[in-house]
Design a protein around this ligand. Structure first.
Ligand SMILES: Nc1nc2c(ncn2[C@@H]2O[C@H](COP(=O)(O)OP(=O)(O)OP(=O)(O)O)[C@@H](O)[C@H]2O)c(=O)[nH]1
Ligand SMILES: [Mg+2]
Length: 195
């Protein structure tokens, strides 16, 4: 599929099903803990500075944000998990919103599940991966902030993450940096293959 990635715009934000776009364009959702770099990933992939709003402050993205890409596909930016300073009630609301999207959305082709290359995956990261595997949703693991780790140590960090996740080798695993754009071509290849 030929996609002009420069032709991208925010389409809408949704809290639940009734607000999702109603057509059959394929969607790729971004999941990961707060601050891992989901919005930065979208901006990097689309060569834009701040289309998906990023912030040093975790918890910036609160609704499902749908981005139209060239009227051919969409990215769906999902609010991050694991942000300590939210109430139990808000966490439950988040859980229902994301679960409803992931388990019922027919447009969904794959989830890009982001983890921080620098750290072992959190319990929430492991749970997200298990959830996606359980529902047989295709997963692309993207390990972000690779620019913060010397290249010589990438392998070691990759192995540690795979071990902790109980990674299925038939899934994609991509080392990525929004700063250096490392992994961008591989990420597009993996995504296009899922559409
Ligand atoms: N060095 C470096 N910093 C990054 C990278 N990706 C994201 N960041 C920084 O990490 C912070 C969080 O990035 P966001 O893209 O807003 O993270 P998010 O996952 O969308 O966060 P929430 O919306 O809160 O869930 C920002 O300060 C980014 O500039 C990366 O690849 N390398
Ligand atoms: Mg965000």
């Amino acid at each position: 599929m030929e996609i002009n990635t420069h032709n991208a715009e925010i389409l809408l934000s949704a809290a639940n099903k009734s607000h999702y776009p109603q057509d059959d364009l394929p969607e790729i959702a971004l999941a990961g803990r707060s601050n891992v770099g989901k919005s930065s990933f979208i901006n990097t992939m689309l060569n834009r500075k701040n289309l998906a709003r990023t912030s040093g402050k975790p918890g910036k993205t609160q609704l499902l944000n749908f981005f139209n890409i060239d009227d051919k596909m969409r990215f769906v930016d999902v609010p991050g998990y694991g942000y300590a300073r939210v109430s139990k009630k808000e966490r439950e609301k988040w859980g229902r919103m994301i679960e409803e999207y992931l388990t019922t959305r027919e447009n969904l082709r794959a989830v890009v599940s982001l983890v921080d290359l620098r750290h072992d995956p959190s319990a929430d990261d492991v749970q997200m991966y298990e959830f996606l595997k359980y529902y047989e949703i295709p997963v692309i693991i993207v390990a972000t902030k690779a620019d913060k780790i010397p290249r010589g140590k990438w392998n070691k960090h990759e192995s540690a993450i795979k071990k902790k996740l109980n990674f299925d080798p038939s899934d994609d695993f991509i080392l990525f940096s929004s700063v250096s754009k490392a992994g961008m071509v591989q990420a597009w290849d993996a995504i296009l293959e899922k559409l």
